[in-house]
Design a protein around this ligand. Structure first.
Ligand code: NAD
Length: 313
């Protein structure tokens, strides 16, 4: 008998709620939102609101709120948002002390109840949290990825579209490296309907857009007092959809590197093909010497945060 996909969402906060809304509105499967015991009722209330919303908008799918990991048994996909977001003045690294025990708790439960799930980590600092989830669970590295590149590339795409005065649909941008303020917008691979952006947008404008993309998360934190959640949720859902529907989409994701781009035993944002087997291929693109230097700096930063994680074993 055919069954619906089960998609676990860990953390029923801002991103968690938007994830559940997108998952059922796209009819990707049933969503189970898990939060800590003191927020179980909050998760249940959000789930009920979303189910009532589906009755009005006309789509099928169950949403459950829970604090019991039993409800996640057999989940096909797990999307992890558990942890605190940034406040104005904080950088992502400031979250390590709080979010590290949380990701460890989540990893231990996930390993027990849904070891076969395709896991997408969102919690920050992203590259270190996804590394720790993978290290702790010892899962297949192709089934554990981090979400950052789709979001950062989306931000860059929007800024480029506005600057060039074109539809955002025609812009393709790629942001690689770590999910920090030294991420690498790869200008040599950014195009507007196949035309290199460098031919359509002036160099000084591109420089400001690169800077704005790198600090794009902080710009929203300063405005709202907390992190972005609509675009982060859409980005993770694009990755989940690529897996569930075996789309083999090429998406920039934080993937476990085993020598690709010259790095080993680290999660770094790289272009990857996502399909029914998870990360099916990591694509190594040619980088200019300037981009290569930027990537080195970004990876050095990822590595220094992972070192903090390793020291606290
Ligand atoms: N990767 C990215 O690109 C990206 C983008 C935006 C935000 N983020 C990060 O995503 C995370 C979530 O952001 P948010 O805005 O949804 O935060 P939020 O505070 O709205 O929600 C987080 C939820 O996690 C829950 N939680 C805490 N510990 C838990 C545990 N052990 N088990 C289950 N749930 C637990 C909290 O109770 C809370 O409801 C933050 O770390 C934020 O920095 C990442």
């Amino acid at each position: 008998m055919a069954t619906r996909n089960k998609i676990g969402i860990i953390g029923a906060g801002n991103i968690g709620g938007e994830l559940a809304r997108l998952i059922i509105s796209k009819e990707l499967g049933d969503a189970v939102m898990l939060d800590i015991a003191s927020k179980e009722n909050f998760a249940k209330g959000k789930a009920l609101d979303l189910e009532q919303n589906s009755a009005i908008l006309g789509y099928d799918g169950n949403v459950t709120g829970t604090s019991s990991w039993k409800d996640l048994e057999g989940a096909d996909v797990l999307i992890i948002t558990a942890g605190i977001p940034r406040k104005p003045g904080q950088n992502r690294e400031d979250l390590v002390a709080t979010n590290l025990p949380i990701i460890r708790d989540v990893a231990d439960h996930a390993k027990e109840v849904c070891p076969q799930a395709f896991v997408i980590v969102i919690s920050n600092p992203l590259d270190a949290m996804v590394y720790e989830f993978f290290r702790r669970t010892q899962s297949d590295n192709n089934k554990v990825v981090g979400m950052a590149g789709v979001l950062d590339s989306g931000r860059f795409q929007l800024f480029l579209a506005r600057a060039a005065g074109v539809s955002v649909k025609d812009v393709r941008a790629m942001v690689l490296g770590g999910h920090g303020d030294d991420m690498v917008p790869v200008l040599s691979q950014c195009t507007i309907h196949g035309i290199p952006v460098t031919q359509l947008v002036a160099k000084d404008v591109l420089d400001t857009l690169v800077k704005r993309t790198r600090t794009g998360g902080g710009e929203i934190v300063n405005l709202m007092g907390t992190s972005a959640y609509y675009a982060p949720a859409s980005s993770a859902v694009a990755m989940a959809e690529a897996y569930l529907h075996d789309l083999k989409r090429i998406l920039p994701c934080a993937c476990y590197l085993k020598g690709e781009y010259g790095y080993k035993d680290l999660y770094v944002g790289v272009p990857a093909s996502i399909g029914g087997n998870g990360v099916e291929k990591i694509i190594e693109i040619e980088l200019s010497s300037e981009e290569r230097t930027m990537l080195e700096k970004s990876v050095a930063n990822v590595s220094s945060i992972v070192d903090i994680v390793k020291k606290s074993l």
